[in-house]
Design a protein around this ligand. Structure first.
Ligand SMILES: Nc1nc2c(c(=O)[nH]1)N[C@H]1C(S)=C(S)[C@@H](COP(=O)(O)O)O[C@H]1N2
Ligand SMILES: [Mo]
Length: 405
């Protein structure tokens, strides 16, 4: 009998490394066969645009590019994915429940998804979600973690019920100070006792009108990668506070101490430090409202125009809990600035839109820099802001290159 042509041992072991497990019957796997798990195409799997950048596949972390974020309301195909663990598989929404427990509830209560939808009034808000680590790639000394450039931000439309209404129904006690979410994703180690992430927000943020337990994104069921079937959405704060696949929320009588609430995770030095400095644990503060920032989403960096033509630019600006009150651009590396029109968002915590029509004095290379100012009068820095160990909160001005021919 003729032997089949089997895959080489060396190829097998490198496949096993990628998969993270031995291919048990690998020795009889036909040559040239690609195991299914390696065939996964993230663009198809998550319904993302091919221009998105995969930063990591275990866990999946995918970012947009500035020019892909041009829509006023971010569609799924341009929405970044940030995971700390493995996306839950086989979710049955008809069996999904949300439990509210913790030290500061009068009594624990569990709701089915159907109950949440029928018992409480539904609201829709457009909410900005930016990863605390967006812009990390520019820090020096470099910070470990996904090397986000500018694309870990989105502003989709979320529909759900107010967390406030649920907590009122449950009954919380006066000593409540924080909430912490728990979710159905799996720790990278596979250990079911470990949570990939369990963060939260102070009770005041939890009780805000716009803080939702959402079951819809842009009018449809939330895509699996973004938290189907139930997600906490706390706009304007680091998106890590917006738990995906949420099945339990604890009402805490102290600052929530779940995974990634302590150490250098989503915390920055309370007072600025020199780049590379070691910072004591007690000198680290939890990131709350995100800083003022903006993005030029049209044109794409590298645009070319003919002399005498105006360049139309547009983009978005946001400022965490605050409003954006001024938007400016510069074509001379920040020496002078011109104000440009700013369009108000639909609701609080959504990004604002700006546009401008720019004249260039002569042929040559230019950069267009954009700078937003928040309602406290704070503007984006032109260069990298305060270094911190994990490279959070880089809100330096966004720039695009332009050539005038
Ligand atoms: N359960 C769970 N929720 C999570 C995460 C996660 O890994 N697991 N990542 C958080 C982080 S760090 C970010 S930035 C946002 C990303 O949301 P998105 O993937 O929908 O864009 O989800 C947050 N919620
Ligand atoms: Mo994040």
């Amino acid at each position: 009998m003729k032997r089949r042509n089997f895959v080489k041992k060396t190829v097998l072991s490198s496949m096993a490394t990628i998969i993270g497990a031995d291919i048990v019957f690998g020795s009889i796997m036909p040559k040239g066969y690609l195991p299914l798990v390696l065939q996964q195409d993230p663009y198809k799997m998550f319904d993302k645009d091919n221009g998105m950048e995969v930063l990591n596949d275990k866990p999946w972390n995918i970012e947009a590019k500035a020019h892909l974020l041009d829509d006023k309301i971010t569609p799924n195909r341009y929405m970044f994915i940030r995971n700390n663990g493995l996306i839950p598989s086989s979710i049955d929404a008809s069996k999904w429940t949300l439990t509210i427990n913790g030290e500061s509830v009068k009594q624990q209560k569990t709701y089915s998804l159907e109950e949440l939808k029928s018992k409480f009034k539904q609201y829709t808000y457009q909410l900005t979600l930016e990863c605390g680590g967006n812009g990390r790639s520019e820090f020096d000394p470099p910070a470990k973690g996904n090397q986000w450039t500018v694309g870990a931000v989105s502003c989709a439309e979320w529909t759900g019920v107010r967390l406030r209404d649920i907590l009122e129904d449950v009954g919380i006690t006066d000593d409540a100070v924080y909430i912490g979410y728990h979710a159905a994703d799996t720790h990278l180690s596979g250990d079911p006792k470990k949570e990939p992430i369990s963060r939260g927000v102070p009770i005041a943020k939890a009780l805000q009108e716009e803080t939702l337990l959402a079951f819809k994104m842009n009018g449809k069921d939330i895509p699996l990668a973004h938290g189907y079937p139930l997600r906490l959405v706390a706009g304007g704060w680091p998106a890590s506070a917006s738990g995906k696949w949420v099945n339990r929320i604890s009402i805490r009588d102290k600052v929530h101490d779940g995974t990634k609430m302590t150490g250098t995770a989503y915390r920055v030095p309370c007072e600025s430090v020199a780049p590379g400095d070691k910072v004591k644990d007690e000198d680290m503060c939890i990131i709350e409202s995100m800083p003022v920032k903006s993005l030029i989403t049209y044109p794409k960096s590298g645009a070319m125009i003919n002399k005498g033509k105006k360049l139309n630019i547009r983009g978005h600006a946001w400022a965490g809990e605050l409003e954006v009150t001024k938007m400016e651009y510069s074509i001379d590396f920040g020496a002078t600035w011109k104000e440009c029109p700013l369009e108000k968002p639909l609701n609080r915590l959504a990004w604002h839109h700006f546009s401008a029509s720019i004249d260039f004095p002569k042929k040559g290379y230019y950069e267009v820099w954009a700078r937003a100012t928040d309602s406290n009068g704070i503007s984006q820095p032109m260069v990298l802001p305060g270094w911190n160990p994990k490279g959070y909160l880089n809100n330096a001005c966004h720039r695009i290159a332009v050539k005038v021919k």
